[in-house]
Design a protein around this ligand. Sequence first.
Ligand code: PLP
Length: 384
Amino acid sequence: MIQYGKQFIDQTDIDAVVDVLKSDWLTQGPKVPAFEDAVASYCKAEHGVAVNSATSALHIACLALDVGSNDIVWTSPISFVASANCALYCGAKIDFVDIDLNTGNMSVFELEKKLLLAEQNNCLPKVVIPVHLAGQSCDMQAIHKLALKYDFKIVEDASHAIGAKYLDKPVGCCEFSDICVFSFHPVKIITSAEGGMAVTNNQELAKRLRKLRSHGITSDPTEMTEPSHGPWYYQQVELGFNYRMTDLHAALGISQLSKVDEFVNQRHFLAQIYDTHLDLNLIRPLHQSDTCYSAYHLYIVQLKDSDITRHKNAITQLRAAGIIGHLHYIPIHLQPYYQAMGFSVGDFPNAEKYYQGAITLPLHPTLQEQEVHFVLNTLQQILN
Ligand SMILES: *Cc1c(COP(=O)(O)O)cnc(C)c1O
């Protein structure tokens, strides 16, 4: 079976984890801050806060920005459900901004249109969560301009995008956002098994994120309501969670991060083979903007002139041939849970159109060139 995505683990990764097992610290030790510093430094952000998943990072990012039950959060309907669920965890209202069909990313045109309307109806979002689909950054400069005009905060869901660049700077530098979130799930660019990180340039936000990741507890005397009772003392000053990353996971993350550029290069190399051999009469890849350097988490194509049957058939037949074609994503607003909240078919027509034609083809650093050609040939046969 050719998987659509898969981790690459070498002996260095294994040794790094085993070393931690032999050390005094399995969790809350030195590897976690070392991983935080490594990621922050790699993407040129000031602070990194490691957690047990990107989902947790999105949750505490919303909380750190004071998202609560009277607030509204917007994200893209073409994403994993976690991008929207984080708002619901905070008791906030979620809504979506339709996508640009060329890139699959949140459409700035649709965003501006929706903001204008929301301003009239007094229901502007507190936070917008752009998702860098497949590893290509959204148009962050434009979204940031709108954030200044309409006074909302930005959390980048960069779960797909460590190693990517936007306007020649690393995704995660937070030039155009308040917080940026990465995922280290095994199908993503680098892995810590489970794990995620929030990066930010704002020290107060970083402090708040750290507190929220660990029960809302502080050992910082300046944050306490009374003098310390002694060296054992700590205070819980708000309601937080146990979202901590372990040192085992962090050690794997550090080791993986040293290979991130290699991984992304290899993904580009393989994507290029797809690009040059695809039959553009039948299928087109997502448009790559020249302001972006994608991390190529996913290689997504759109079937031309497709209908539901032809599309479903293509993915089913790929699987019958041993190729795990996939579909990223089912529009979130079409999930039963979201339909029960009042969303319905027709709400985000571009996202729904995208869903009827999108196929994710296999792409990961261990994929062989001849496997890419096998995928291309099989797809060609299926579509003809
Ligand atoms: C994978 C993913 C997440 C969730 O990441 P976890 O680390 O598994 O919690 C969130 N958003 C997007 C876009 C993702 O692809």
